[in-house]
Design a binder for this molecule. Structure first.
Ligand code: ADP
Length: 488
């Protein structure tokens, strides 16, 4: 069965209140009955019982003894000795032979009618007092209908025969009073619980209303309409926090959806251009009969455009795999200097073809914690960019240094530097060159076949390695890229 939070809270509330009520009842009953037994009334009752027991005792002392059975014979006489009632309750009493051992068969010698054929038990407490010749006062429960207050006294007759004299009085007035209190509790208790539960129900309902409102709005929010927000409560509590957290989450979702939308737009736009070029070339070529040379030139152009398409797809695939793999990439100890020399040798040919003076200036021995494949891609992208955007006769220099940072130079960083004397990057474009598909000048990238994804990949790889990149560039003079990686 599915119960709402509100119902569950109310049920818990009712259960707790009922339990509390029962515990309170138990404690109140205990305190109340203890208070009655310790009250002046009970103290006075004890005095009266003792006084009467002593009076009866002094009459027994005068008796020559031994008393003859059956006990009923002396009943009215005994009743006269102890008096008929105490506080309007009939007083009861009995005289029993003094038992030599505790628990001996009770030999009742006299008892009055108020006992109605029963007898007052002799407790261990009373017996212990009797053996010391002292009297005792106690309440005997579970023998008569109501608890019996009993005084036990040691007496003897003129011959010195010992007896236990027990005078008692029913504590009916206490039981009745306590019973009345209990009855009132039982009559009014359910009403009280009901009233408190109803109050609790309305309180819980009012407290959960904002959650209900949030749920209603949240249900209406879909992927197409992420601009809506749930109502924010101005209360400084969990429900206020919940609505703020939900709104933050919706904002993040909205941003992600926007990024995905933007990504699809960018990708279709980027793919459209080379495809349009291919289509245009083919259409123009097919319009009339062409020479072999013309067909060849069209095919070369198609090849170039499809290479561009391939490069875009390859880079996009790499980026998306990087996003998926990001958390599971295993970083290991990498000798960055060796990796740089390897990349330098691989790209030297490209520099030679472009007539660029390409050199390794300083290569310190540096080890970093990273992924070899990704770091190689980072170095290749930056070096290839430097070579791509430097004209013939220009210079590209790379170096790798070990640097100290932090307080007292305690932390070490690897700094990879690529500097070129190329075309440079306008100041206004510098903050954007790491954005996806961003190209400073479409025409210059078109010449170099750039897709605007190379630096995006570099930035992503650096994020995985907790590194950073700084660019200094002057238009027409050249650029320098500084890559900082935490050292092992
Ligand atoms: P692309 O594939 O177009 O080179 P990148 O993401 O690698 O894309 O670079 C983004 C843009 O930054 C490039 O289009 C280019 O204009 C500029 N750029 C990158 N590196 C250099 C450099 N060394 N010198 C001049 N411009 C650069």
């Amino acid at each position: 069965m599915r119960l709402s939070v509100r119902t569950r809270l109310v049920l818990w509330f009712i259960a707790s209140i009922t339990l509390l009520f029962v515990v309170m009842l138990y404690i109140t009953y205990g305190i109340f009955s203890h208070a009655i037994y310790a009250s002046d009334v009970t103290v006075r009752l004890d005095e009266i019982l003792l006084e009467r027991a002593q009076r009866a005792g002094s009459n027994i002392v005068l008796h020559r003894g031994p008393f003859a059975t059956p006990p009923e014979q002396y009943s009215s006489l005994f009743s006269r000795w102890i008096g008929y009632d105490v506080f309007l309750n009939p007083a009861c009493g009995q005289l029993r032979d003094y038992p030599e051992n505790f628990g001996d068969e009770p030999l009742i010698i006299i008892r009055n009618n108020a006992l109605e054929g029963r007898f007052i038990p002799l407790t261990q407490f009373a017996y212990a007092n009797l053996s010391r010749g002292a009297h005792s006062v106690e309440t005997i429960e579970n023998v008569f209908q109501y608890p019996l207050r009993v005084v036990t006294l040691l007496v003897h007759d003129r011959e010195g025969h010992r007896y236990a004299l027990q005078i008692g009085m029913s504590m009916q007035f206490v039981s009745t009073t306590l019973g009345n209190v209990l009855l009132k509790f039982f009559i009014w208790g359910p009403f009280l619980i009901l009233a408190i539960s109803l109050t609790g129900y309305f309180f819980v309902k009012a407290s959960l209303k904002p959650v209900h409102d949030v749920v209603l709005v949240a249900r209406e929010i879909t992927a197409e309409d992420l601009s809506r927000r749930v109502p924010v409560l101005e209360t400084d509590d969990e429900i206020g926090d919940l609505s703020i957290t939900l709104n933050d989450m919706i904002s993040r979702l909205e941003k992600s959806f926007e990024q995905v939308r933007q990504f699809s737009d960018d990708v279709s736009h980027e793919l459209k251009t080379p495809l349009a070029v291919i289509r245009g070339e083919v259409e123009v070529t097919l319009r009339t009969e062409r020479s072999g040379e013309e067909y060849r030139s069209t095919l070369v152009s198609i090849l170039e455009e499809s290479q561009k398409l391939e490069s875009i797809m390859e880079n996009l695939l790499f980026l998306s795999r990087l996003d998926v793999k990001k958390k599971s990439i295993c970083l290991s100890d990498i000798a960055l200097d060796e990796l740089l020399i390897e990349v330098f040798e691989e790209t030297a040919l490209m520099a030679k073809e472009r007539g660029i003076c390409f050199s390794l200036r300083q290569v310190d021995e540096v080890r970093v914690h990273g992924d070899g494949g990704l770091l190689k891609r980072l170095l290749v992208n930056l070096i290839q960019n430097a070579l791509k955007y430097t004209k013939q006769g220009g210079k590209v220099e790379v170096s790798l240094k070990s640097d100290s940072i932090g307080c007292g130079g305690s932390e070490k960083e690897a700094v990879f530097i690529v500097s070129d004397t190329g075309i440079g990057i306008p100041r206004i474009d510098l903050p954007h060159i790491f954005d996806r598909f961003y190209r400073v000048d479409k025409s210059r990238s078109a010449k170099t076949g750039g897709s605007g994804l190379g630096l995006t990949i570099v930035k992503k790889i650096l994020d995985i390695h907790h590194g950073r990149i700084v660019v200094r560039s002057t238009l027409k003079e050249g650029s320098t890229f500084f890559v900082y990686l935490p050292k092992n």
